[in-house]
Write a protein that binds this ligand. Structure first.
Ligand code: HEC
Ligand code: HEC
Length: 229
């Protein structure tokens, strides 16, 4: 393990620890808002204002539009806030989020959380196998915060990181990291680039982690995740 990897891992553990303490207070209010959302009302918002890009079944067919099906409602709600207040910059999503009230955001987030995510077909198995190693055994392992599967309660299988995560199931939940399984590979690479360049400054942890990945690593981990159910 290189010195750089060791100090990066140390920094992440410190930041993650501080984040957990800070979030127990701050983000509980947001997740409560999202939990209070009404999925039936949210489906009207989604059909009228979102389906055009995010897909009628909430699994968009074009890779620049993220799939929202099965995503954590608290995460979706937080992103809508970030688009609205400009901390996550998107010329497309900013006016759309500005047009939504808090209840619309909570309802839509709740609706999307209940839909099923469909994975893409992996195009390059060799690349995906490299990506699987990065996800479970990279430094740090993505699996430390991101769950390997959208199916709750399913054991994390695979490599090194898996066993450790089984014993620390709270970790990913408290950091409220989004589900990445089945997401479009091109969208994942694009977001990793934005974290790395500081264009998406929401998460200091993701900024450091993405900046430490090579272009080849980003493509590999994205290829693996896109096919993951
Ligand atoms: C005209 C196309 C378009 C429409 C309509 C649209 N979106 Fe988006 N949405 C996007 C794009 C593009 C992104 C990626 C933004 C980025 O990071 O550059 C995005 C990203 C998002 C994200 C972030 C997802 C993630 O994984 O981080 C959420 C949440 C979201 N949209 C919710 C909605 C909701 C709710 C609606 C309807 C009220 C909606 N969008 C309507 C294009 C659209
Ligand atoms: C220390 C915890 C942590 C680790 C480790 C981590 N992430 Fe994240 N990641 C997060 C959090 C928290 C967010 C949400 C940031 C936000 O709210 O904008 C996130 C967001 C993301 C997103 C944006 C998803 C979307 O829908 O827009 C991608 C892509 C991502 N991470 C990929 C990775 C990859 C690949 C790795 C491993 C190389 C990794 N992450 C490791 C915590 C982590």
């Amino acid at each position: 393990m290189s010195k750089m990897a060791i100090s990066l891992a140390g920094a992440i553990i410190l930041i993650a620890g501080a984040g957990l303490l800070a979030m127990t207070g701050a983000s509980r209010g947001q997740s409560d808002g999202a939990r209070a959302g009404d999925p039936a009302l949210g489906s009207h918002v989604a059909d009228a204002k979102c389906a055009e890009c995010h897909g009628a079944d909430c699994n968009s067919s074009e890779s620049q539009f993220p799939k929202l099906a099965g995503q954590s409602p608290a995460y979706l709600y937080r992103q809508l806030w970030a688009f609205r207040n400009g901390t996550r910059r998107s010329d497309i999503m900013a006016p759309i989020a500005a047009d939504l009230g808090d209840a619309d955001m909570a309802n839509a987030s709740s609706f999307y959380g209940k839909q099923s995510r469909k994975a893409d077909a992996v195009k390059d198995q060799r690349l995906a196998a490299i990506g699987e190693r990065i996800f479970f055994a990279g430094m740090p392992a993505c699996a430390m915060c991101h769950r390997a599967s959208g199916q709750r309660g399913m054991p994390v299988t695979g490599m090194m990181g898996g066993g450790m995560m089984e014993r620390m199931p709270m970790m990913g939940m408290m950091a409220d990291a989004p589900y990445l399984n089945g997401q479009h590979a091109a969208y994942i690479v694009d977001q990793l680039d934005r974290f790395a360049s500081g264009a998406r400054p929401s998460s200091t942890m993701m900024g450091r982690i993405a900046a430490a990945l090579s272009e080849a690593d980003k493509r590999a981990v994205a290829e693996y995740l896109s096919g993951l159910r």
